[in-house]
Design a protein around this ligand. Structure first.
Ligand SMILES: C[S@@+](CC[C@H](N)C(=O)[O-])C[C@H]1O[C@@H](n2cnc3c(N)ncnc32)[C@H](O)[C@@H]1O
Length: 529
């Protein structure tokens, strides 16, 4: 006889219902989500006489009640897009699904201010809802659909601004900077210390400018080893407002055969690597479940030096342009070369280097002229966060001496090599955190200008305090995150002892990434006495 199993008390007791609890969102304040939660949502509430409570959602209830979730995850028609977020996504107010007369704030990727749209809410957060754009019922005056050049625009997460005239894109980017200083440097506004933000400087190339792309692939659970996985870029939700070709098993990664913001040789590299993945799949040779593939343009004067991505026949893809030879490198550790204003810069393929070569001469000219270097060449330069030496080396002929500091040992090694490659002898580089330069520096402060070009998170307070103590005559702050730049500039001018002696002379954007929401900010500070 089989043994009878008597349930224990715990087993026979009432089944515990697992309750979901929403995670508290605590984004980095200068990240796009931080800006949305701390500034853009409160701003919309203020403009529409709403309190934050009036637009908040009972997230824990929604997570634990499937009927309620159906009520929240719904299709909403006739929604007007009010403005862009700093991330290039539309922001709108929706009627609240539970509270009569109440509102919800919706984030609508690909929605443009002035559009009236139908959308689907697919995710509820405490503060707002995430949505997919289903159709545009009335187009914004700014929307020019015939400008869209990519068949994947409207689902791919890479570009936001393709249907917008280029001049208008520049104006949106200027507005992002205006808002960044309003949100992160409010005291400068009150003290009357904010100059008017200048007109964003255009990129010479509007497409075909990106010297680096990083498509990825991810084997989906539905795919057998012999099917090539999608190879491309992430999708932004599941919008259906535009017919975008999707493969049978759309995953997080969209299948994209070409990216028209890439340079010609990088686009060729993308085709080659896709074909390689196809043939590896056919042979069951895909080793990794997923990977990101580096595609980086390499430019050489000497054809014999070129190495890079090969086509299906195993032939090196090579492009001859302006007496130079371009290839697309896929090896993260390969050494690549770029030329800017005739100077050569070598660096490791997966280390930082600016991604839009066409705009660099304009940026360097602007930075150089705002360093206000003495024509006699008697000035000194500090290049903080110097990477492989782009700014130091570009300014070398106009200064007596420069000192660069950089945390990446690889980049420092290449900065030193680039000095030799360009026959320069007045640039020195040290490896370490930016503040390390103050242990070493002996430049006369009245003859020294400083370039800052930190990563997205900006500078830290320790560094900014020491910079103020060092007391250089001018500071040119280049930044890929205008929010952290605004925060740092305000801190420097108002919280450091000697920062109060400086004026914020100008703020301007450079369009390193046309068709996207990104903008590079350059702020110039000069010492009054
Ligand atoms: C935006 S890149 C600028 C590089 C260079 N100015 C250029 O244009 O090529 C920022 C650089 O800061 C470096 N970095 C990050 N944190 C740092 C720190 N705490 N101190 C010094 N360098 C840092 C990164 O390695 C990166 O090379």
């Amino acid at each position: 006889m089989p043994t009878k199993v008597v349930p224990t008390v715990a087993q026979s007791g009432p089944r515990k219902v697992k309750r979901h609890r929403a995670k508290k969102q605590n984004p980095e304040p200068t990240s796009p989500l931080g800006v949305l939660l701390n500034h853009e949502i409160p701003q919309i509430c203020k403009e529409h006489n709403l309190t934050l409570e009036q637009v908040s959602n009972p997230l824990n209830k929604v997570l634990n009640d499937s009927e309620l979730r159906k009520k929240y995850n719904r299709v909403v028609e006739s929604v007007e897009i009010l403005k862009y977020s700093s991330n290039g996504e539309g922001l709108a107010l929706l009627p609240h699904p539970e509270i009569p007369g109440g509102k919800q704030i919706a984030v609508v990727p690909f929605g443009m201010p002035g559009d009236v749209v139908t959308l689907r809410v697919f995710m509820t957060k405490h503060t707002h809802v995430d949505t997919d754009l289903l159709s545009i019922d009335k187009s914004s005056d700014l929307r020019k659909q015939d400008l869209i050049r990519c068949r994947y625009f409207g689902a791919c997460s890479g570009c936001q601004y393709q249907p917008i005239e280029y001049e208008q894109q520049l104006e949106f980017k200027r507005n992002t900077i205006v808002n960044a200083y309003k949100y992160f440097a409010p005291r400068l506004g009150v003290l009357g210390k904010l100059p008017e933000v200048g007109k964003t400087v255009a990129s010479p190339l509007k497409y075909g400018y990106r010297t680096k792309l990083t498509p990825h692939y991810q084997l989906s659970r539905h795919e057998d080893a012999k099917t090539r996985p999608n190879f491309g870029f992430g999708s932004k939700g599941r919008p259906s407002w535009r017919e975008v070709p999707l493969r049978e098993y759309p995953g997080e990664v969209m299948d994209i055969e070409d990216c028209i913001i890439g340079t010609e040789i990088v686009r060729q590299g993308m085709k080659n690597e896709r074909a390689r993945l196809e043939s590896q799949a056919a042979k069951g040779e895909i080793k990794h479940k997923g990977a990101t593939v580096l595609l980086r343009e390499d430019t050489r004067r000497n054809k014999d030096e070129v190495k890079g991505s090969t086509d299906e026949m195993g032939k090196l893809s090579i492009l001859e342009q302006d007496d130079k030879f371009k290839t697309c490198v896929t090896d993260n550790n390969a050494i690549v070369s770029e030329y800017v204003n005739g100077l050569r810069f070598d660096f490791v393929a997966n280390e930082f280097f600016q991604n839009n070569n066409s705009i660099l001469p304009k940026v360097i000219d602007y930075v150089k002229s705002n360093l206000a270097l003495d024509k006699s060449g008697d000035d000194y330069l500090v290049d903080a966060y110097c990477g492989s030496g782009l700014f130091s080396i570009s300014c070398a002929s106009s200064v007596r001496k420069s000192l660069g500091v950089e945390i990446s040992a690889h980049s420092i090694a290449f900065a030193k090599k680039n000095v030799e490659l360009n026959n320069i002898d007045n640039c020195e580089f040290i490896e370490g955190k930016a503040e390390k330069l103050f242990e070493k520096i002996d430049f006369p402060k009245d003859k020294t200008s400083v370039i800052l070009d930190p990563p997205r998170k900006g500078c830290d307070e320790v560094f900014l305090k020491q910079l103020a103590e060092f007391y250089p005559k001018r500071i040119v702050y280049v930044s890929c995150n205008v929010h952290s730049q605004a925060r740092d500039v305000e801190y420097f001018l108002t919280e450091t002892e000697k920062g109060k002696d400086y004026t914020l002379e100008s703020i301007i954007g450079f369009d390193f990434f046309p068709q996207t929401h990104h903008v590079e900010g350059v702020a110039v500070l000069s010492r009054k006495c």
